[in-house]
Design a protein around this ligand. Structure first.
Ligand code: NAP
Length: 277
C-alpha cells in the first residue's frame, strides 16, 4: 500500500453502500496506472439526514472527489456551490469535484448510456424506445436526444412519462401500447424489472424484440437479465447494464485523475465481481 498524507481521497457515497463495486473498479484502475500513491477510492455510507454535514466535511477535509448514488443524487444539489448545465437538465448529480473548496456537481450517468450505444450505432435519426421514466431514464433520455434520436417513452405511470417527454422532447405512452416497441431501432430498459431477486421477470415480451434492434438493460444484477437473454435469442444486439456502470465510472476517473482510465482493466474487475453476484 502506497498511501501517504499527500494521497487525494475520492469516494462514493450512498445508503446502503457496502455492495458497491466502485471502489474495486476505481482502485484497480489507479493501481494499473501507478496512481495508487496519489489517489485512493473508498466508499462511505451516508444517511440522507446527514448529507449537509457530510458536504461540510468534504470541504473541511479537502476530499477531492465524491460520486453519489441512491439516495443522494438529487438531494445533494442544494448543498453544492455550482452545478453544470447537463446535471441541471437531468436534475441529478452523480459527480462532485472539489476545486479549492468550491464544490461543483456534474453528471456522468448519461455517458454511461451514450458511450456503449455509440460503440454500436450512430444515434442520429434512430428511434429509441425507453422503458421507464425514473432517474436512470432521465439520463438515458438526455443521452439519446442530445445525439438526435427520436424518443418514445413507455411507462407504467403515464404522467411520469409525460414529464420526461416534456423535459427532453419525445412522446409518452402507457404500457398498453408496448407492442409498438417492435418498430424501434433501440430499446432501453430503465425500470428495475428483472433485477435480483425477481430474475425471471422481464419488462417486455420476447415477441416484441427482433434481430434488427439494439437492446440495452440498465439492470446489472444479475449480469445477464431475462430481458437480455431473450433479446439475444431473438437475434438482437445486446448491451449489459455493467457497461453503463463502467462507462459512467470511466468518465469520472478521468475527471479526478486527469488521465484516461484503463478501460479493459476496469471492465475485467467489474465482470469478475458482477458475475459472482
Ligand atoms: P426509479 O427512479 O425508481 O425509476 C423506476 C422506474 O421503473 C419508474 O419509471 C417506474 O414506473 C418503473 N417501474 C418500477 N417498478 C415497475 C413495475 N413493477 N412495473 C412497471 N414499471 C415499474 O429507479 P432508477 O434509479 O431509474 O433505477 C432503475 C433501474 O436502473 C434499477 O434497476 C437500477 O439498478 C438501474 N440503474 C443502473 C445503472 C447502471 O449503471 N447500470 C445506473 C442507474 C440505475 P412508475 O413511474 O410507474 O413508478
Amino acid at each position: 500500500m502506497n498511501i501517504t498524507a499527500k494521497t487525494k481521497i475520492a469516494m462514493v457515497i450512498g445508503d446502503p453502500i457496502e455492495h458497491s463495486l466502485s471502489p474495486k473498479m476505481h482502485n484497480a484502475g489507479l493501481e494499473n496506472l501507478a496512481l495508487d500513491s496519489t489517489h485512493v477510492y473508498v466508499g462511505c455510507r451516508v444517511n440522507i439526514a446527514d448529507l449537509e454535514n457530510f458536504v461540510k466535511g468534504v470541504k473541511a477535509m479537502k476530499i477531492h472527489f465524491v460520486s453519489c448514488t441512491i439516495p443522494h443524487k438529487i438531494e445533494i444539489i442544494k448543498y453544492l456551490d455550482e452545478i453544470d448545465d447537463v446535471a441541471k437538465k437531468i436534475g441529478a448529480v452523480n459527480t462532485v469535484i472539489n476545486n479549492d473548496g468550491i464544490l461543483k456537481g456534474s453528471n456522468t450517468d448519461w455517458l454511461g448510456v451514450l458511450l456503449p450505444l455509440e460503440k454500436k450505432v450512430a444515434l442520429q435519426n434512430k428511434t429509441v424506445a425507453l422503458l421507464g421514466a425514473g432517474g436512470a431514464a432521465r439520463a438515458a433520455a438526455y443521452a439519446v436526444t442530445s445525439k438526435g434520436a427520436t424518443l418514445k417513452i413507455y411507462n407504467r405511470t403515464l404522467e411520469n412519462a409525460k414529464v420526461l417527454a416534456e423535459a427532453f422532447g419525445g412522446e409518452a405512452y402507457s404500457l398498453e401500447l408496448l407492442q409498438d416497441v417492435r418498430n424501434a431501432d433501440i430499446i432501453i430498459n430503465t425500470t428495475a424489472i428483472g433485477m435480483q431477486p425477481n430474475i425471471h421477470e422481464t419488462p417486455l415480451p420476447k415477441e416484441f424484440i427482433n434481430n434488427n434492434q439494439i437492446v440495452f438493460d440498465a439492470v446489472y444484477t444479475p449480469y445477464e437479465t431475462t430481458f437480455l437473454r431473450e433479446a439475444k435469442e431473438q437475434g438482437a444486439s445486446i448491451i449489459h447494464g455493467t457497461e453503463m456502470f463502467l462507462q459512467q465510472g470511466i468518465t469520472q476517473f478521468k475527471l479526478y485523475t486527469g488521465k484516461e482510465a484503463p478501460e479493459e482493466v476496469m471492465r475485467n474487475i467489474l465482470l469478475d465481481n458482477f458475475k459472482l453476484l
